[in-house]
Ligand binder design. Structure first.
Ligand code: FES
Length: 222
């Protein structure tokens, strides 16, 4: 199993440098590692932990909380059939059964060639085209057995490479940089903000004291 490549290690270090706190880069680094292998390998988890200064258990604990991050191998295509209420009424369970037969695996399993992982998913926000299927989070609405088979054939033959990149690919054009913040600039902005807050507080206290004095003078006069 592989850790981060030299190129991705450099990208990871660059990503960490974008954040005032290294641990804030934890999730972006998980996505980076997943984009390399399609899942988070144990080696990558250890590297991420070292890069952001937490334990490997913390990285795994965080990654396992999020459905879109995988700490076990995933097929090139993660096929999710939504079985939530609208899709269920639209025949999702029948389609899921067909998908299991077509791919030759049960829900949660990966085909022996490592190409397809089949999953049952919650609402994918495609309720107007049921049943809804997501392949690597690209949506295909209103599928029946025939159109599902055609989708699998097209994925298998590579016809949809451009539309559905391999699992883990988040963007066709990865970002090369980010918002770099000058630490001194941040400190200066915070100091200016503190000053403005203190000035507002002093003005409010002064106004309250003047109001109290005016009320007292008015009482004395009467
Ligand atoms: S219920 Fe399936 S997409 Fe909403």
């Amino acid at each position: 199993m592989a850790g981060l490549t030299t190129e991705n290690l450099a990208k990871a270090r660059e990503t960490v440098a974008l954040y005032p706190q290294a641990r804030s880069a934890l999730i972006p680094l998980c996505h980076l590692a997943q984009s390399q292998e399609g899942w988070l390998t144990p080696e990558a988890i250890v590297q991420i932990a070292e890069l952001v200064g937490v334990s490997a258990a913390e990285v795994k604990g965080t990654a396992s909380f999020y459905d879109m991050l995988h700490t076990e191998p995933v097929g090139k295509y993660l096929v999710g059939v939504c079985t939530n209420i609208a899709c269920m009424l639209g025949g999702a369970y029948e389609l899921l059964e067909h998908a299991e037969n077509r791919l030759g695996v049960r829900c949660g399993q990966t085909t022996p060639d490592g190409k397809f992982t089949l999953e049952e998913m919650e609402c994918l926000a495609g309720c107007d085209g049921t049943p809804c299927v997501a392949v690597n989070y690209r949506f295909f609405l209103g599928l029946d057995n025939g159109s599902f088979d055609r989708l699998v054939d097209d994925l298998d033959s590579g016809k949809l490479e451009a539309q559905v990149p391999a699992h883990g690919t988040l963007s066709r054009v990865p970002r090369q940089g980010g918002l770099r913040t000058d630490g001194q600039e941040v400190l200066a902005e915070r100091a200016a903000s503190d000053q403005a807050i203190a000035a507002r507080k002093a003005a409010a206290e002064k106004a309250a004291a003047e109001a109290a004095e005016a009320a007292e003078n008015s009482e004395k006069k009467s």
